[in-house]
Design a protein around this ligand. Structure first.
Ligand SMILES: Cc1cc2nc3c(=O)[nH]c(=O)nc-3n(C[C@H](O)[C@H](O)[C@H](O)COP(=O)(O)OP(=O)(O)OC[C@H]3O[C@@H](n4cnc5c(N)ncnc54)[C@H](O)[C@@H]3O)c2cc1C
Length: 380
């Protein structure tokens, strides 16, 4: 078996791997390895597809803000249609949740995007909400639906156009470092490069362990979603996404149907995760309690993995103990909306350059794997 030589091998072609590979391919010979036949089969193809600058912790919000321009004004020729469509996100609180709404509103960096609206205005925006389930509400008017497939395909197209090599059905099964190069074996092919990028989503720790690198404790958590019917004639296209302020459920119009989720976060092993019937039933129950809907039929149900580092911030940076091993992992429930900035930041760090102006608000130290104390492992 001959070995193919590259400058960088990226493992995992979901949104994280595809976006960083696209950033790198114009300057580095880059290989992008994907275990599945179709990149996007796992978390990237299973999201709720929302861009919201108020979602997630401060590190996530900074990455989302720095991604905004890409979504709303992508580079010429990146996609045939706009990547985002106006949606809005309505955060609702019952009487017993008002304190939580206050602390959500108090995040200083969010004041520009969110505003309080009256209860009547909230009920007008989404008329199926029961009056008793809305004591107060906050609207993030700028939140938008993302065309995730267009974003992902746009990056993959850009990657190939710049001369990148995409290998599908190519699971990294062995990673060894010899004479300053990582050797990545997929069974049928062999790749070598001084640098590997671990963008393996829920399998990020597993890939690290293959390489003899200490894992970070990235935990995959199952999230369930379903599409349900709305009563005939319902004009739902302009409803915002509605999110319970404690994130115990959300709902969002989706091409005449309604996407619902119990916003579950069940820790599971990395796998091709399937929905649990109990979680689907919980979603139905919570949405029925909060709205006037009676849900009789599920059109579709699915689950995906949101994978979190222990502090719920993404991990972007070289591993201090493993030369040439770079982490791009732990994107949690925000990997779509943070991808453009995360990819630019990762590419700058991989090139050994200072991140550009658009990333000035992002703390590389807060995202670095060095923030976790871990046992050292021997790297050959
Ligand atoms: C229900 C749900 C709703 C969500 N909603 C949103 C949302 O509204 N907005 C948002 O921004 N985010 C959302 N997310 C989160 C988002 O989907 C993820 O953060 C993002 O898709 C992670 O991308 P990724 O590339 O890291 O992972 P993945 O898409 O899982 O890609 C990782 C890839 O690595 C491959 N791989 C693993 N091991 C190997 C190996 N050894 N060799 C080769 N390839 C390998 C896998 O096959 C996989 O394709 C949601 C997630 C879920 C489940």
């Amino acid at each position: 078996m001959s070995t193919e030589s590259f400058d960088i091998v990226v493992i995992g072609a979901g949104i994280a791997g595809a976006s960083v590979a696209a950033e790198l391919a114009s300057t580095h010979r880059t290989a992008l390895l994907e275990r599945e036949e179709f990149p996007g089969y796992h978390s990237t193809g299973r999201s709720a597809a929302l861009f919201s600058e108020s979602y997630g912790n401060a590190a996530v919000r900074a990455l989302s803000r720095a991604s905004r321009d890409f979504f709303f004004a992508p580079p010429e020729g990146f996609a045939e249609h706009p990547l985002v469509q106006a949606r809005g996100a309505l955060h609702v609180a019952r009487q017993d949740q008002l304190a939580r709404l206050e602390s959500f509103a108090a995040n200083a960096d969010m004041t520009g995007q969110v505003r309080r609206i009256t209860r009547d205005a909230a009920l007008c925006l989404c008329p199926i909400l029961r009056p008793e389930s809305v004591a107060a509400a906050i609207l993030e008017g700028d939140a938008a639906d993302v065309d995730v497939a267009a974003l992902h395909q746009g990056y993959l197209r850009r990657f190939r156009a710049a001369g990148g090599t995409l290998a599908v059905n190519a699971q990294a099964r062995a990673l060894t470092r010899r004479s300053g190069l990582w050797h990545v074996e997929t069974g049928e092919r062999s790749f070598r490069a001084p640098v590997v990028v671990d963008a393996a989503g829920a399998w990020a720790d597993a890939v690290a362990e293959l390489a003899g690198v200490a894992p970070l404790g990235i935990q995959p958590r199952r999230r369930t979603a379903a599409l349900v019917d709305l009563p005939e004639g319902t004009e739902s296209a302009r409803w915002p996404m509605v999110i319970d302020i404690d994130e115990t459920f959300y709902l969002k119009p989706d091409a005449g149907l309604l996407l619902i989720s119990p916003a579950d976060e069940t820790p599971v092993e990395a796998c091709d995760v399937q929905p649990d019937e109990m979680d689907v039933a919980i979603a139905v129950d919570r949405v029925e309690r909060a709205t006037s809907l009676t849900i009789r039929r599920l059109r579709k149900r699915w689950a995906g993995l949101r994978s979190f580092a222990p502090d719920r911030s993404p991990v972007i940076g070289f591993d201090a103990a493993a030369p040439g091993f770079f982490w791009l992992a732990g994107q949690g429930g925000y990997g779509i909306q943070t991808a453009p900035a995360a990819a630019r930041l990762a590419a700058a760090l991989l090139r050994g350059q200072a991140p550009d102006e658009s990333l000035a608000q992002i703390s590389t130290a807060e995202l670095s794997p060095a923030r976790f104390a871990r046992p050292l492992k021997d790297i050959a």
